[in-house]
Ligand binder design. Structure first.
Ligand code: NAD
Ligand code: DAU
Length: 336
């Protein structure tokens, strides 16, 4: 099988590329990535010389390039991870989210349709469902009710994918996963930000009352689910992905401090995120029952391994936490 993976130099995409090269050594993988602030070829340094793997720098919104790649590499399946992915950045600069997440997806869909590839898989998010109260879960039937420019752009893309299925009969799948964590997670997101700030002795900025709930899944278990969807997903179907690991933000922050032997005095409650969704929780029954998925990680083993990874890979995160990152950080948190 020949796969075009877009956004493969980011957090989840790079873990997925590595997972697929190990699991399916005969597959060929082309990774197309624009290398925005979030894309990093260091994330795939260990596979760069694998003859089954090719990297191409480019934009998913470049129709000519996409058509050329589909032809040249005789692509069977396109898996779209490429996106602007950070909610906070979407609140300050929504424009690029519309351009990449919606227009970029439309360009990919059009190219996939014109070239008649076997399958298109859109990597979406549970955030398209909006926010839950204290009980209940997101199922695939939960109405879309996104609250941030980021989640609205992802919901827009999902609707386009489903429209291409209905209109042109394209073989598509959408996956909607909960919050991922694991190696190569960019340190603007909660878990890597808190681990690296704690290691640097910096304050840990917790939004609002710290009681918002996220449902965490190890990135490897996400990759495993996408692999199943590629091979066994029914045309036109959406699959939620999550492992029933709900945690309050403050519990995670305290766990990280405890494991690193750092003081809780580093915690700083800061102004809440605008439109901050209160709770996410996934019902993964469709994926477990229809496709036979089960996660390998518990949250406890996954977070312990992840903290170890950041301890062992200080050069990776220190090189990111400089330059442009520091400009972003001081704008977002009002301090260096
Ligand atoms: P990320 O920000 O780490 O990586 C995004 C990648 O896309 C980067 O490598 C970036 O360079 C690339 N990219 C951005 N714009 C591009 C463009 N126009 N053309 C080509 N490449 C471009 O994001 P992530 O956390 O790895 O998320 C990947 C996907 O998974 C996203 O679609 C996101 O919505 C979805 N998702 C993320 C999570 C999560 O917890 N992080 C959960 C569910 C779904
Ligand atoms: O649910 C899936 C989504 O998870 C993905 O679609 C997004 O791409 C991904 O970024 C993530 O979105 P969240 O907004 O849930 O993740 P983030 O790590 O930004 O925040 C997690 C929680 O932690 C959220 O309630 C906000 C809070 N938070 C975050 C940051 C960065 C803080 O309290 N302080 C912070 O500094």
């Amino acid at each position: 099988m020949k796969l075009l993976v877009t956004g493969g130099a980011g957090f989840i995409g790079s873990n997925f590329v590595r997972y697929m090269l190990e699991k399916h050594p005969s597959y060929k993988i082309v990774n197309l990535d624009k290398l925005t602030y979030a894309g990093n070829l260091e994330n795939l340094k260990d596979v760069e010389n694998n003859p089954q793997y090719t990297f191409v720098k480019g934009d998913i919104a470049d129709a000519q390039l996409i058509a050329q790649l589909l032809d040249e590499h005789e692509i069977d399946v396109l898996v779209n991870f490429a996106a602007e992915s950070h909610v906070d950045r979407s609140i300050t600069e929504p424009g690029i989210f519309i351009q990449t997440n919606i227009s970029g997806t439309q360009v990919l869909l059009d190219a996939a349709r014109t070239k008649g590839i076997q399958k298109y898989v859109q990597i979406s998010t549970d955030e398209v469902y909006g926010s839950l109260g204290e009980t209940g879960y997101f199922t695939e039937e939960t109405p879309l009710a996104p609250n941030s420019p980021y989640s609205a752009s992802k919901a827009g893309a999902d609707l386009l994918v489903l429209a291409y299925h209905e209109t042109y009969g394209m073989n598509v799948n959408i996956t909607r996963c909960s919050n991922n964590y694991g190696p190569y997670h960019f340190p603007e997101k909660l878990i890597p930000l808190m681990i690296t700030n704690a290691l640097e002795g910096k304050q840990l900025p917790v939004y609002g009352d710290g009681l918002n709930v996220r449902d965490w899944l190890h990135v490897q278990d996400h990759a495993k689910a996408i692999d199943l969807v590629i091979h066994k997903g029914e045309s036109g179907e959406v699959y939620n992905i999550g492992g029933h690991n709900e945690r309050k933000n403050i519990e995670i922050v305290e766990l990280i401090l405890e494991r690193l032997g750092k003081s809780k005095e580093l915690i700083k409650y800061v102004t809440d995120r605008l439109g901050h969704d209160r709770r996410y929780a996934i019902d993964p029954t469709k994926l477990t029952e229809q496709l036979g998925w089960q996660p390998d990680y518990t949250f406890e083993t996954g977070i312990a391994e992840t903290i170890e990874w950041y301890l062992a890979n200080e050069a990776w995160w220190r090189s990111i936490k400089s330059g442009d990152y520091m400009n972003y950080y001081s704008k977002q948190y009002g301090e260096p």
